[in-house]
Design a protein around this ligand. Sequence first.
Ligand code: LLP
Length: 417
Amino acid sequence: MNHFQYKGTELFAENVAVKDIVAKVGSPVYIYSHATLERHFKAFDNAFNGVAHTICYSVKANSTQSVLKTFINLGGGVDIVSGGELYRALKAGVDPHKVVYSGVGKKNDEIEYALNTGILMFNVESEQELTRISEIASRMGKKAGIAIRVNPDVDPGTHPYITTGLKNAKFGITIDRAMEEYKRAATLPGIEVIGIDMHIGSQLTKVTPFVDSIEKLKIMIGKLKDLGINLQYFDCGGGLGIQYNEEEPPLPADYGKEIVAATKDLGMHLVFEPGRNIVGNAGILTATTLFTKERDDKNFIMIDAGMNDLARPALYGSFHGVQPVVKDQDGMIVADIVGPICESGDFLVKDREVPMFKQGDLMAFMSAGAYGFAMSSSYNSRPRVAEVMVKGEKFEVIREREKVEDLVRGETVASFL
Ligand code: LLP
């Protein structure tokens, strides 16, 4: 359930007509519903009522500060993968003790920054990273809380580009090496072993791969206990999918029931890193029809948003529903909806029956809250678009549309030219 619904023929974001937002802010624009963000965060959080847990929202899905602040206000922490994400989250007011730091390529200055901040834990993804964190922490006279990200070798059944928990993926330490690394970690001077972590992939539509992975990790947790290494935190990662088209992902409550059942004997503090599940359906991207082109065998609708604004269809062949902002089209047409970028991969919709948009018509790409703006770029020197948050009858610009001057900020023409 989200708060983008029609009232009569007009699409609304909560109580604001989308066309009024575009009239004021321009096109294209990302629009987020605050009520939907809250609702989805709470649904995830409530799925673990009665169990010690922290929801560490995965900043990469949508790192805009107003989005982060919405979750921080509800008691959320964050999962970060860079110093930049840490900076954003701190600016938005996150409690450092609710920050977990994942990622296969942490740089020295990022590790130092996280240690100075006093984050809860590093999710360590390689043997060398473990050694490096210990060295840096020791030099700083600190101890770094760590979990090992264990790669459980379980197939999440999702797109290959977002599958992370199979043995051939670059992520985590394989399960056959993880025991040894835990033993080594326990002897390192700059390390405090506090948890275990997994993240097996994104847009999962079944709970079974999560539970299978947890079962594998549980065996390790038991063996570590026998060695006197007691872990407090079990970070189950993110990855719970959403409905874009005809998928039927489990509800957070159902996911929660199974995860709680699988982990309850452990008595550990659970950590979750949801991204898409909370923000995906809380955002839309609106665009304007510039031109249409009808050929004998193919129709194109050219719009003012492209793969630089919403990369998912070009990158993964992802489906995003498209709806008119005002329903006044004369029927349907099979067409590609394409952007202005000079690449044939620049499509948002491919060979699909869509309303017969005409010049000037506005359309909304649904479920664009996750990995939408966050993955956008200024390719083809297109300024990145504005972002708006709606709450009830109110809306505010939470990120200004970039200007052409922003495109050359920091650039210098070499003095020898
Ligand atoms: N934790 C870690 C360590 C991750 O790598 C990710 C996502 C998450 C949590 C959050 O996963 P989520 O709950 O959002 O599924 N750009 C792709 C998705 C990439 C996911 C990367 N990692 C897309 O647009 O589908």
